[in-house]
Design a binder for this molecule. Structure first.
Ligand SMILES: *Cc1c(COP(=O)(O)O)cnc(C)c1O
Length: 395
């Protein structure tokens, strides 16, 4: 069997060995409940607090502004629903974008059913919102602006500090889903005027099922998970001690090596884009090098289906994505690609690769060779491509 070549780091990342080693004691001998007073409980508590300090340091917050959760989706839900419920008497309007992750989009849609009004800001062809659109969307009833830091499908990075300044000026809470950004970009919640932020450990070589919310001191929101007094009564449930410890270690490692990893990953992406453009005809590049995550490269291959492409790459040991893992399996084209202006027909043939710190130039070359072969093979079987060759269609 060929080795797996993994190009899907935006979906999840492998758990780093160093992180696992750090977690092991809390999966074995130090199994105490972090709320218990005896020694193994106290050890668990200390480990949780030390991880909290690492997470806080990574984004420039205070330790006590970090609350652990079960991941990015929970953090998004808890924050958006929590703000909506606690501020209902102040207004019912929320501003977001039309390229958010489903954890934000579906939460907003659910709130619409409960009487909230949501503005979904459009984005330009680079996947970035307009600050003028944002200002124009603000109403006296606006209680929350929720704009993702970096997009999971095309990688676009929003002008977060500018959005934070606008939110602050208008006294509106600002939340950012930073699940793709934490571990990949420098973040300073104070300088960027971020009030609320979501993150998830498995996107930066930490374990799955653990995440965190940053909630600025002074911001009070309703709780999503009610019960015991864990996380200073803001998120009930016995702490996932090993997961939290892993998250702390992973975020520390990510920022220690950030510049080095970013430079390497960015060079690999540039090489990939240059090579596919040179060697595969009829493509459309949907991810930029500027204002974009270093490792995310979304490319549409015209006249073929992304799903067949993925399947054939998988047979060559290559793991990639047709857009977002959450929507693959559905035949709807990606809402993000449509939002940046990719025509439906072209959106169907899209491939997202997301490069990680352990990928190599040789792997990129193997991928590009595979794409040349597979795309040609699929086009030979594609009625759309035949129509294109006969001059019947062109897009
Ligand atoms: C992965 C992801 C999520 C969901 O995080 P989970 O920890 O998998 O629940 C939310 N938002 C974005 C932008 C993501 O990439």
């Amino acid at each position: 069997m060929t080795d797996i070549i993994y190009f899907d780091h935006a979906a999840t990342t492998p758990l780093s060995k160093e992180v696992l080693n750090e977690m092991m004691p809390y999966l074995t001998e130090n199994y105490g409940n972090a709320s218990s007073v005896y020694s193994i409980g106290r050890k668990a508590r200390e480990a949780v607090e030390s991880a909290r300090a690492k997470v806080a340091a990574a984004i420039g917050s205070k330790d006590k502004e970090i609350y652990f959760t079960a991941g990015g989706s929970e953090s998004d839900n808890a924050i958006i629903k929590g703000v909506a419920r606690s501020r209902r008497d102040k207004g019912n309007h929320i501003i977001t974008t039309n390229i958010e992750h489903p954890a934000v989009l579906e939460t907003c849609r659910q709130l619409e059913k409960d009487g909230f009004e949501v503005t979904y800001l459009p984005v330009d062809s680079n996947g970035i919102i307009s600050l003028d659109d944002l200002k124009a969307a603000i109403r006296p009833t606006t209680i929350l602006i929720t704009v993702m830091f970096a997009n999971n499908e095309v990688g676009s990075i929003q002008p977060i500090a500018e959005i934070g300044a606008i939110a602050k000026e208008n006294k509106i809470l600002f939340h950012t889903d930073a699940v793709q950004a934490v571990g990949n970009l420098r973040i300073d919640v104070k300088a960027m005027n971020i009030d609320l932020l979501s993150m998830s450990a498995h996107k930066f070589y930490g374990p799955k099922g653990v995440g965190a919310m940053y909630i600025r001191t002074g911001v009070v929101i309703d709780k999503l998970i009610t019960g015991g007094h864990q996380e200073r009564s803001r998120r009930a449930g016995t702490e996932n001690v090993a997961g939290i410890v892993g998250m702390g270690k992973a975020i520390e490692l990510a920022y220690e090596k950030l510049d080095e990893n970013t430079a390497k990953i960015s060079a690999l992406k540039a090489h990939y884009l240059e090579q596919v453009e040179k060697r595969v005809p009829h493509i459309r590049i949907n991810s930029q090098m500027e204002n974009c995550l270093a490792g995310t490269a979304n490319v549409s291959f015209k006249y073929i289906e992304g799903e067949s492409l993925l399947f054939m790459l998988d047979m060559k040991g290559i793991c990639a994505s047709s857009g977002s893992a959450c929507t693959s399996g559905s035949l709807d084209p990606s809402h993000v690609l449509l939002a940046i202006g990719v025509p439906v027909e072209i959106a169907h043939g899209s491939l997202r690769i997301s490069i990680g710190k352990n990928n190599t130039k040789e792997q990129i070359d193997y991928l590009v060779d595979a794409l040349c072969e597979v795309v040609e093979k699929l086009r030979k079987m594609s009625p759309l491509y035949e129509d294109f060759l006969n001059g019947k269609i062109s897009f």
